[in-house]
Design a protein around this ligand. Structure first.
Ligand code: PMT
Length: 396
């Protein structure tokens, strides 16, 4: 898959820069055309002549003093993908902040191609809150973060922070260019529905849409055709067909239509179970006293998809507070292929947060608890799991 692809290799200033020479060699052997950017600090660890000899092109080190008057924009246009290995804390911070005062970050910002970042640093620097924040930002921005590994580090230290092996970076680059959901049609629901009480007021919930947006974004970035049915603000992402809705009924109509031609349906929305039976056509007046609002059930969207024949591979979510027993019961009774339970009473999990702590449960009750991670990481791991399950079922 790398044959004929044009790859920009960014090398920044860390001891692991020596491995970048081997990475460049592997990329060239795989048939890629490679151009490199060697930062000033990177050149303290790896000679420009080494990269020039391996790739056939001298590395670019600066915006200035190059024959090309605009090296960053021209490289950005040329590239099919960019890989930064090793990526130091400083480069990661500049990428997260969009600080383009070096030609590498400038090239990345000017590019609209997959970017694979392979961090390498001491364990304390990798675990520092600022690095954690910056990595979360990069993931949310769509960068592919590969590694680091745990192992021997410079200066006799050992722990997480070691650059992953070049073969792993090549595989990540390959996957980023391939799109392992190529050809898939996917429908995702997101956000919380709003059930009208009168023209002004509604019954709603705390869903921000972040979980569903992350799932839709990850699917689009991995090559799927995505329909996102949402009551929340959608992500600014190419390749997602957004259907804005408000009520459970509108969401049901849109999801059921899209699900008929979808391979996979992921129902991450928080759908109201009940709605006012007879919403007022005029604003309810305080002077008229507290109203009695009679409720009726909303359509069960998930059940409607589960009953389709044939139906898409179906993933439900379950928001539970405290025990996940309810989620296990839903996994076995709702006709889904997989159920994602989240304990919304935990900090950093559930509604409105950038992170989530989920347990994925199969219909036979087999449960797999994942640690707290960004919603983008949950989304990518979920798609990995769906691919694996569809393969096992013989649907791929
Ligand atoms: O949007 P965020 O702020 O990022 O928050 C994410 C989330 C907490 C909303 C998400 O992770 C989540 O848990 N979504 C499901 C919430 C929910 O409504 O759970 P439930 O247990 O009530 O519903 C179970 C499943 O049935 C869900 O897939 C739901 O979409 C579906 N459902 C529910 C009611 C209904 N009338 N129709 C449905 O299809």
């Amino acid at each position: 898959m790398l044959a004929g692809r044009r790859i920009v290799l960014g090398v920044t200033g860390g001891i692991a820069a020596y491995k970048a020479a081997y990475l460049a060699r592997r990329l060239v052997e795989a048939g890629a055309e490679v151009r490199s950017i060697l930062t000033e600090a990177g050149s303290e660890f790896l000679g420009p002549q080494t990269l020039a000899a391996i790739t056939g092109n001298p590395p670019i080190g600066s915006y200035f003093g190059e024959p090309d008057v605009s090296p960053h924009t021209n490289l950005a246009r040329w590239a099919d993908a960019i890989v930064i290995a090793p990526a130091t804390t400083a480069t990661i911070a500049r990428l997260a902040g969009g600080i383009s005062n070096d030609v590498l970050v400038g090239t990345v910002l000017a590019a609209q191609v997959p970017v694979v970042v392979a961090p390498a640093m001491h364990t304390e620097m990798w675990e520092h809150p600022s690095t954690r924040r910056n990595i979360t930002t990069l993931e949310a921005d769509g960068y592919v973060i590969v590694g680091p590994d745990a192992g021997a580090l410079a200066g006799g230290d050992s722990g997480p922070g070691r650059l992953v092996e070049p073969e792993v970076i090549v595989a990540a680059l390959d996957a980023a260019l391939t799109g392992d959901l190529d050809g898939w049609s996917v429908v995702v629901s997101a956000g919380g529905t709003r059930e009208a009480i009168d023209p002004v007021r509604y019954i709603g919930n705390r869903s921000s849409g972040k979980m569903g947006n992350a799932i839709a974004t990850a699917a689009a970035r991995r090559g799927a055709t995505v329909t996102l049915v949402t009551s929340a603000a959608p992500p600014d992402e190419r390749g997602i067909d957004v259907i804005p809705v408000e009520s459970a009924q509108e969401m049901a109509d849109a999801v059921w239509t899209a699900a008929k031609k979808a391979d996979v349906a992921v129902m991450a929305a928080a759908v109201a179970d009940f709605r006012p039976r007879d919403p007022g056509t005029a604003k309810l007046r305080r002077a008229d006293g507290a109203p009695e609002i009679e409720l009726e059930p909303t359509p069960d969207i998930l059940a409607g998809v589960a009953a389709m024949e044939p139906r898409p591979f179906l993933i439900g979510f379950a928001a539970e507070a405290g025990s996940l027993d309810g989620a296990i019961a839903k996994a076995t009774s709702k006709g889904v292929d997989l159920l994602v339970g989240n304990d919304v009473s935990r900090a950093g999990s559930g509604f409105g947060t950038d992170t989530n702590e989920v347990t994925v449960i199969e219909p036979d009750g087999t449960a797999d608890s994942w640690p707290v991670m960004s919603k983008h990481e949950v989304a990518d791991r979920l798609w990995d799991r769906i691919i694996e399950m569809r393969r096992q079922k013989g649907s791929l």
